[in-house]
Ligand binder design. Structure first.
Ligand SMILES: [Fe+2]
Length: 379
């Protein structure tokens, strides 16, 4: 035999059932996810450096609209984008100038940009029973992690990275990296469908010829050696990249200076993934970092936002084209988007009840348990 599952392998020792069909198509299920998962978990909304001082910008946390207000002094506050008076949108454009006040365009109620306090009620003259203090903007918690801005609706949010090490990107100069390329696309699938596709490589040989050429083990349908039957611990972990390649670019060559602080293992590996359910994954390479946001819009609509972050000196190289660097991962993400749409289309069939997961889909199984656990946790 010899080809057995080692107890330390992440492979499953059984083939469990996935989430029910409703989880992917049903609006009541979606609403429950928005009211539980996306109101309690940290959700990444962009690079802090990309929020310009003196501007406010609309973002989304789950399906809910939020304003990120960055004052001229650089401080950041986030509020629900809904006036406490009659509920109107406050920030209507994608981005607007921000002074000391946020003024509702409907009835001119005005709020302090710094803390959301109600300071004026326009032409309305409230009676003494109106409690001004109780009618400020509803605040959203903000936190900076490695230069990424995360928001959380919970007044007492939990740790930012419960499922991953906070230190995963410590050797990358994250705070100083600048966004060189931005790509946004809306795909016709449930947000979990995209995450599930991200979580397994059984589809890689059929869907990703370029990626499998770059990372030969993906061509075997697995993400790492420990997933293979017959694997035993202790073997040396070499590069996952094809011979001669150092990073994910079309040529395999770094697009600028290699980050000096990386460990040998990080440099040899060529890529390090950090997964932050439900909103983000980050792929750190030896020369640049890519972040991807997965934002649910509707049960079968998801917005994908990918950004590529570089050192300033890389961006300043004569003739440097960030779009060319982004090109490689963009090919892969387009393939993944199409695969997720194909998956979603088939799940609409009434014949589909639930997935039957394979041992290699251990990460999907873990994701499903996480989703159910968050949805079942009382508020
Ligand atoms: Fe993929």
């Amino acid at each position: 035999m010899g080809l057995e599952r080692h107890p330390l392998s992440p492979r499953l020792d059984h083939c469990p059932q996935g989430l029910p069909r409703e989880a992917y198509v049903d609006s009541a299920w979606f609403d429950r996810e928005m009211a539980t998962i996306f109101t309690r978990q940290w959700v990444m909304v962009g690079r802090l450096a990309d929020f310009t001082p003196g501007r406010m910008r609309r973002v989304q946390v789950g399906a809910a609209p939020v304003i990120v207000a960055r004052s001229a002094d650089g401080s950041v506050a986030a509020y629900h984008n809904s006036c406490p008076h009659r509920g109107s949108e406050l920030c209507r454009a994608a981005e607007e100038p921000l002074g000391k006040l946020i003024r509702c365009p409907y009835h001119a109620f005005s709020f302090a940009a710094a803390d959301g306090a109600l300071v004026a009620t326009g032409h309305a003259v409230p009676t003494p029973d109106f409690d001004r203090a109780a009618h400020g903007l509803k605040r959203v918690q903000c936190r900076d992690w490695n230069g990424f801005l995360f928001l959380n609706f919970s007044p007492e949010p939990g740790a930012l990275t419960a499922d991953t090490g906070l230190d995963a990107l410590d050797n990358w100069p994250m705070a100083s990296l600048l966004t060189g390329n931005h790509w946004e696309v809306e795909i016709a699938c449930n947000w979990k469908t995209f995450w599930e596709n991200y979580s397994e490589c059984l589809h890689c040989p059929g869907i990703h010829p370029e990626l499998c050429d770059m990372v030969p083990i993906y061509g075997k349908g697995i993400m790492g050696p420990s997933e293979a039957l017959g694997w035993t611990p202790g073997g040396a972990q070499g590069s996952n990249l094809r011979s001669g390649a150092e990073t994910w670019t079309l040529s395999g060559k770094p697009c600028g200076p290699v980050f000096p602080g990386l460990s040998e293992a990080e440099r040899i590996a060529g890529y390090s993934f950090v997964t932050l359910w439900p909103s983000t994954y980050v792929v750190a390479h030896v020369d640049y970092v890519r972040s991807v946001r997965i934002a649910p819009m509707a049960p079968e609509r998801t917005r994908l936002t990918a950004e590529w972050h570089f050192p300033a000196e890389t961006l300043a190289q004569p003739g440097f084209d960030a779009a060319t660097v982004a090109g490689f991962a963009k090919i892969v993400m387009e393939q993944d988007g199409a695969a997720a749409e194909m998956n979603q289309a088939g799940m609409r069939s009434p014949a589909f009840r639930a997935a039957r997961l394979m041992p290699e889909e251990y990460e999907i199984h873990r994701f499903h348990k996480w989703v159910l656990d968050k949805m079942e946790t009382p508020a």
